[in-house]
Design a protein around this ligand. Structure first.
Ligand SMILES: Cc1cc2nc3c(=O)[nH]c(=O)nc-3n(C[C@H](O)[C@H](O)[C@H](O)COP(=O)(O)OP(=O)(O)OC[C@H]3O[C@@H](n4cnc5c(N)ncnc54)[C@H](O)[C@@H]3O)c2cc1C
Length: 489
């Protein structure tokens, strides 16, 4: 194929699609509105601190490896990975801290100490999750562009149909009684953007990703992956243009002919958009949009987030690289995200300090903290609210880690709903796309190929397979397969 292909956005799905299509001989250009590439995975550098602005949990290393292998490369050709131990720690009330160590055996021992009999149940649970991982992540998602319900019907999925009819919460609660163990086992599906009670049990493959494969860290943070993919793309001939804001998709007779970018017309044969789906359709005349505002309003979005990037002028005690502060009622926070959207009464918190294991990401003797509170999309966002939650989280952290922190803050930046909208044209300020509920899975998600504009395609976390960096890599592959299928001649 020798087509001129323009890709909107430089998130992981766009970077992935660019590589696959350039490998096929196409002339590929990636247009990114921001100065930095990487989409939601940009990096912030300030006062000697390095912060990952978005993703931080490097899970499913095999999906990253598969991506680079498709180009006869390895991840290690581009960046160095270390397996973290513990992968992360979870903090509950009454000084209960549970580290999730780097092997299933160690995690089983830990479970057994908390609930007698739970280690055997955990082994069985993870054995089953591993099989779901084999079916879903190593096979199915690469074959499911979401064009037809038939894609879902395989011998493996028929055997596993019961896991689509029940949810993660029910499965976990059947076997585990201790509330801390239940919370730990329900945590991984939060990456899919929905409540555990709304997520099919089949998605317990996330538990295998967590306990069976572990948590990894690229040497300089997640941005290493962005740079690796761009470096690969350049070697394949991809052009990357930053500060290139796509304002319009120009069409003629239900076909697109080019893009309006910074007031210039760029002619092309095919466009793939990795920008938020709803936003991309707004670049088209109304009659060429597939999904109405009403359709989008009825979707379950993944949460938005309130984030803080904080530099401390000392090393912190009693804290790990990744930390989940689960000292409050998980269910109430979930209701305030999904059912009755409002700022959380008593938020759960995620805190990450890459400088704990990778010292060079903060100045000597300092620590870099990234804090994340998941919130409902579209909430009112202003400085006063951000300040209020910053005080709450610092107080929480001081209490849990038993140290003073307020006077040691030498850098602070926040990021929330308004920034997601302004920086990424994010629909309602969502942080990670469209949730993977049963009715938003596979062919029930917005399509990769437009039904109305024949040479327009989509990729990324609002289409198939769904939220997260590994799915974004797969999304780029799926959309490039479709382009090759439909545009070959
Ligand atoms: C705070 C946070 C934490 C996360 N944590 C994790 C994690 O730990 N692990 C994990 O696997 N995943 C995590 N995720 C999810 C993961 O980061 C995303 O699912 C993934 O990066 C999305 O990639 P994407 O290809 O859909 O595009 P995006 O990253 O959404 O990129 C879209 C790009 O399009 C650009 N764009 C928009 N409009 C235009 C325009 N008009 N012209 C040109 N360009 C445009 C945007 O600027 C952006 O660069 C997290 C996400 C966030 C926000």
């Amino acid at each position: 194929m020798n087509k001129s292909i323009s890709i909107i956005g430089s998130g992981f799905s766009s970077l992935s699609a660019a590589c696959y299509l350039a490998k096929q001989g196409n002339k590929v250009t990636v247009f990114e509105k921001n100065n930095e590439f990487g989409g939601r995975a940009r990096q912030l550098k300030a006062k000697g601190f390095t912060f990952d602005m978005g993703p931080s949990f490097y899970w499913m290393p095999d999906v990253f490896e598969n991506f680079f292998n498709d180009f006869n490369k390895k991840t290690s050709d581009y960046y160095q990975l270390t397996k973290l131990n513990p992968g992360y720690s979870v903090y509950f009330n009454d000084n209960n801290t549970i580290p999730i160590e780097d092997s299933l055996e160690k995690i089983c021992e830990r479970f057994e100490r908390i609930e007698a009999g739970s280690s055997d149940k955990l082994k069985k649970f993870i054995h089953n999750a591993k099989d779901n991982y084999r079916v879903a992540v190593l096979d199915m998602i690469y074959k499911m562009p979401g064009e037809s319900p038939l894609e879902l019907i395989t011998i493996d999925t028929i055997k596993k149909v019961r896991y689509f009819l029940t949810n993660i919460r029910r499965e976990v609660r059947k076997d585990f009684k201790n509330p801390m163990l239940r919370a730990i086992l329900e945590f991984p599906v939060l990456f899919l953007g929905a409540k555990p009670s709304d997520t099919p049990a089949f998605y317990n493959f996330m538990n295998f990703a967590d306990f069976g494969l572990g948590t990894f860290q690229p040497k300089n943070g997640f941005y290493d992956v962005v740079q690796g993919m761009i470096s690969l793309g350049k070697s394949l001939g991809v052009s990357y243009k930053n500060n290139s804001d796509v304002k319009k998709i120009i069409t003629k007779d239900n076909k697109l002919v080019g893009l309006e970018i910074n007031e210039n017309f760029i002619e092309c044969d095919i466009v793939i958009s990795g920008a938020d789906y709803n936003f991309t359709e707004k670049l088209l005349p109304k009659n060429l949009r597939q999904y109405s505002e009403n359709y989008w309003n009825k979707r379950t979005l993944a949460p938005s987030s309130l984030l803080f990037y904080v530099g401390f002028n000392k090393k912190l005690n009693n804290i790990e690289h990744h930390n989940l502060i689960f000292d409050t009622d998980f269910d109430q926070h979930a209701v305030e995200i999904y059912d009755d959207p409002k700022w959380p009464t008593n938020p759960l918190l995620y805190a990450s300090f890459t400088s704990k294991t990778h010292k060079h990401t903060a100045p000597e003797g300092c620590e870099n903290g990234v804090f994340l509170i998941p919130i409902a999309p579209n909430l009112e966002d202003n400085q006063q609210i951000r300040d209020k939650y910053f005080d709450i989280l610092i107080n929480k952290l001081e209490k849990i880690t038993k140290q003073d922190l307020t006077d040691n803050i030498i850098y602070q930046e926040s990021y929330c709903v308004n920034d997601f909208i302004n920086d990424y044209n994010s629909y309602k300020g969502n942080a990670y796309g469209l949730a993977n509920t049963l009715f938003q899975t596979a062919f029930l998600r917005p399509r990769l190929k437009s039904k109305k504009v024949s040479n327009l395609y989509f990729c990324g976390q609002l289409t198939v397979p769904g939220p997260g960096v590994p799915p974004a890599l797969v999304s780029g592959k799926l959309v490039s397969d479709l382009v090759m299928k439909y545009e070959e001649n």
